[in-house]
Design a protein around this ligand. Structure first.
Ligand code: SAH
Length: 384
């Protein structure tokens, strides 16, 4: 699938920026200066690279180079402090990026729900940590039955610079600066990162080396593109891995994730079991609970069998509902009962707290909606 052709500095690594400088007859260290300006300083215009001589800046501009930061087309702020950004790319396509202040996954069951929230979200003084959920494709090709992004189909892959650019744009807007301030990245927005593998991995390296976010603070989630799970295990620098399980047997999983017909549970769990985990690392499995479909106690018992003996944790996500989908969210006690079966079997299991449901920012709700939920009234604020 083609990516957008580009003349953006964002997306180029140190070596590429150095070559660019040398080709223009500039000294090699100009590459480092551009690298710092683009990724650490997060400039949005070339004339802000004060370390470069003005003639060189002018020449780059003449040659059509730009920084390539996506534009924030819309920003929706939830009553829980979550912000959903609609980002506009250079060809006019849009993707979504979600900012979750105080978010480290925010799971129920990990002890962090004990009322330590800061009122009103992330004022700079109160900032402790945040999670950015980033998109990897415009739309998605995977077609999970319960996910809104699937309704869009896939338009194109994002370039590495467009993935990093979402993060740079959000950090600028929030006034937050890694590595001094703690930011987690989850590759869990629109798209399937493992179907845009090379650009996704390049963005990881740019985030580590350029922006200053360590890979230990990043998690990528895949719907289960099995060959790429093996490739990913061989990467010297890589985020943590989460796998969307979502069905406890092949019949059920194929029903909600048609992709299971290509790579079934045996293939997927083999790849997961062979995955080379690092010291103290666990494999995360996400499991979306759909009322009357995937949330029965027998399903929980099947999940126990699937992960038996693995260093794994399960993140349970109660379905985030939407009008176009035929599925319902389970009652809270169903979710609790499901979790209890896993925990009783010795499997760490957590319920992911929905973030920003009122602005359609929660898992599976990203479909470039320009409205907020009708029942959220004035709780959400809208700014552009
Ligand atoms: N394509 C990747 C990345 C998306 S991550 C993947 O599938 O893993 C988004 C997570 O949200 C996945 O675990 C997915 O199963 C889950 N999800 C999708 N739609 C959802 C919905 N409507 N409610 C709750 N979770 C959903």
């Amino acid at each position: 699938m083609p990516s957008q052709p580009s003349n953006s500095l964002l997306g180029l690594n140190l070596q590429e920026l150095t070559s660019l400088s040398l080709e223009s007859g500039q000294p090699a260290y100009r590459g480092q200066q551009m690298f710092d300006a683009v990724y650490r300083q997060k400039i949005d215009r070339l004339d802000q690279v004060s370390t470069l001589p003005s003639e060189y800046r002018a020449r780059l501009t003449e040659e059509g180079w730009q920084v390539g930061l996506p534009a924030i087309a819309r920003k929706f702020v939830s009553s829980d402090g979550t912000a959903r950004y609609l980002m506009e790319l250079s060809d006019g396509e849009t993707v979504e990026t979600v900012w979750m202040p105080e978010g480290d996954g925010g799971e129920i069951g990990d002890g962090s729900e004990a009322g330590d929230e800061i009122e009103g979200g992330a004022s700079p003084a109160a900032f402790r940590r945040a999670t950015i959920c980033v998109s990897s494709q415009v739309g998605c090709a995977v077609n999970c039955r319960f996910c809104f992004t699937a309704l869009l189909g896939v338009k194109r892959n994002l370039e590495a610079g467009e993935i990093v650019g979402q993060i740079a744009a959000v950090l600028r807007d929030q006034g937050v600066e890694p590595p001094r301030q703690r930011v987690n990245i989850v590759f869990m927005g629109m798209g399937e990162p493992f179907l845009n593998y090379d650009n996704f991995m390049k963005s990881v390296r740019l985030l580590v080396e350029g922006v200053g976010i360590p890979e230990s603070r990043m998690t990528v989630s895949t719907a289960g593109i099995v060959p790429r799970i093996y490739d990913f295990g061989r990467e010297p620098v890589r985020p943590k891995l989460a796998i969307s399980l979502n069905g406890s047997n092949d019949t059920l999983r194929s029903e909600v994730m048609p992709l299971n017909r290509k790579w079934n549970l045996a293939d997927l769990m083999k790849a997961a079991r062979e995955f080379p985990l690092r010291t103290r690392e666990k494999m995360t499995f996400e499991y979306v609970l759909i009322a009357g479909v995937t949330d029965a106690p027998e399903h929980a018992r099947e999940v126990v069998e699937l992960v038996r003996g693995m260093r794994a944790r399960i993140n349970l996500i109660a379905l985030n509902p939407g009008t176009e989908l035929p599925y319902r969210t389970p009652e809270e006690d169903r979710v609790a009962a499901f979790r209890k079966i896993l925990v009783a079997a010795g499997i760490p299991a957590f319920v992911r707290r929905p973030r920003g449901r009122d602005i359609f920012a929660a898992c599976g709700q990203l479909k470039r909606t320009t409205e907020v939920a009708p029942d959220s009234e004035s709780k959400s604020t809208l700014s552009s």
